[in-house]
Design a binder for this molecule. Structure first.
Ligand SMILES: Cc1cc2nc3c(=O)[nH]c(=O)nc-3n(C[C@H](O)[C@H](O)[C@H](O)COP(=O)(O)OP(=O)(O)OC[C@H]3O[C@@H](n4cnc5c(N)ncnc54)[C@H](O)[C@@H]3O)c2cc1C
Length: 359
């Protein structure tokens, strides 16, 4: 898989006056220290308080950031990551993400996010995945599923790898109703020519987004085609505009509201940006508000397993980790019966061939 790096995503572009007196270097330094001083495991033993409580009271050796700094920088920045401008998400998740942003590299798959599931699917035997096939219910003992077509598919065990909300509907006696999931709306625009940025940059709304959830107020804007040129045809650029929550406006009104803001951010040329698609995403992330446990159990009944970001952390990393943990649990469960099956196959083969086997 081709991966393209994002150059120094945000901090080089932030101006000092946006940072309420703190310099970008101070913030970056604090983050890097947080990242290097604590192991991943240690982060998840820290107090399970909200991001806001951590940032305002105890970000570093008892010192907190000013309200201005939190409003102008952290609310839109973390609003774009957790879809939560109120900063109620667990500070443990915040520190985990900051750690990853500090020690890892920001990237996009060159041919889009779909490349990730496509790659995983390419490792599986042909015809082992059925797409566009909705599961309506799961057999109580976990030994099969009924599809929305009415077809029953028997199985040795079932792994429920949907979002948490759907998991709680499919197996209500096993997965309790989760807190309200986080929502987001993404609007994509085509730009003729270059975007209004010199290097890949995330533009944040520094005007105060605390109460913007569910409105047409822009939270952040970026230009993915600056990171991976395959995200736009030759000579064009792609703009991605993110809102936190889902506004009520009809499509035309929403695009008009957003365009008005884009013009104030980037000048009159934004009037020429062509709306491509709007995605209103009701289950963008599971809620990760305290009390928050990083690792939920993946085996819920003898034949019923859970995977997905809601049993770990709300990220691709979390979804992959949950998948790996679940796969180990399933193979531990199935292995003894597979070994037994294999023994029987060998005995049958030996009988057919007239071979004498001692057990
Ligand atoms: C706009 C946006 C931006 C994001 N950006 C990032 C990012 O930059 N980095 C990052 O790490 N994470 C990001 N995330 C979060 C990340 O996308 C998720 O954490 C991750 O995709 C979760 O993977 P999953 O396999 O748990 O669930 P999903 O990817 O939601 O997969 C669940 C699957 O279950 C299927 N399903 C649901 N119900 C049924 C049913 N009844 N029968 C059959 N199938 C069903 C769904 O169709 C879906 O295909 C972002 C999320 C959004 C919305």
């Amino acid at each position: 898989m081709e991966i393209v790096k994002v150059q120094d995503l945000i901090l080089t572009r932030l101006e000092k006056n946006l940072l309420g007196g703190h310099s970008a270097e101070e913030v970056l330094g604090t983050w890097r220290l947080q990242a290097t001083l604590a192991s991943e495991e240690e982060i998840y033993t820290r107090p399970d308080i909200s991001i806001y409580d951590r940032l305002s009271r105890d970000v570093f050796f008892g010192a907190g950031f000013s309200e201005e700094f939190i409003d102008k920088f952290f609310r839109p920045f973390l609003g774009g990551i957790f879809f939560d401008t109120k900063l109620k998400t667990s500070a443990r998740e915040f520190e985990f993400v900051i750690r990853m942003l500090s020690i890892g590299e920001n990237c996009l798959p060159e041919e889009g996010m779909q490349k990730i599931p496509n790659y995983l699917k390419s490792l599986l035997p042909a015809d082992s995945v059925r797409l566009n096939t909705q599961v309506k219910s799961i057999k109580e003992d976990g030994k099969g599923v009924t599809l929305s077509s009415g077809e029953f598919v028997a199985a040795s065990c079932v792994v429920v790898a949907t979002c948490g909300k759907m998991a709680s509907q499919l197996v209500p006696d096993v997965v309790s109703e989760m807190q309200e999931p986080k929502k987001t709306t993404c609007l994509y625009f085509a730009i003729d020519g270059k975007p209004p940025a010199d290097v890949p940059t995330v533009f944040l709304n520094g005007d105060g987004v605390k109460d913007a959830q569910g409105t047409s107020t822009i939270n952040n804007v970026c230009f993915p085609s600056m990171v991976a040129s395959s995200y736009a045809p030759e000579g064009k650029s792609l703009a991605c505009v993110s809102l936190v929550g889902i506004p009520d406006q009809q499509e035309d009104q929403l695009v008009a509201d957003v365009k008005k803001q884009l013009v104030s951010w980037f000048g009159p040329s934004a009037n020429e940006w062509k709306p491509l698609r709007t995605y209103r995403i009701p289950f963008s992330q599971p809620s990760q508000e305290p009390p928050f446990e990083r690792e939920q159990s993946v085996r819920r009944k003898e034949h019923l397993f859970l995977a997905g970001d809601h049993v770990e952390t709300a990220s691709i990393n979390g979804a992959l980790r949950a998948g790996a943990r679940c796969a180990r649990a399933v193979s531990d469960f199935l292995l003894p019966s597979l070994v037994q099956l294999n023994k029987e196959e060998v005995r049958k083969y030996a009988r057919e061939k007239g071979i004498n086997l001692s057990d």
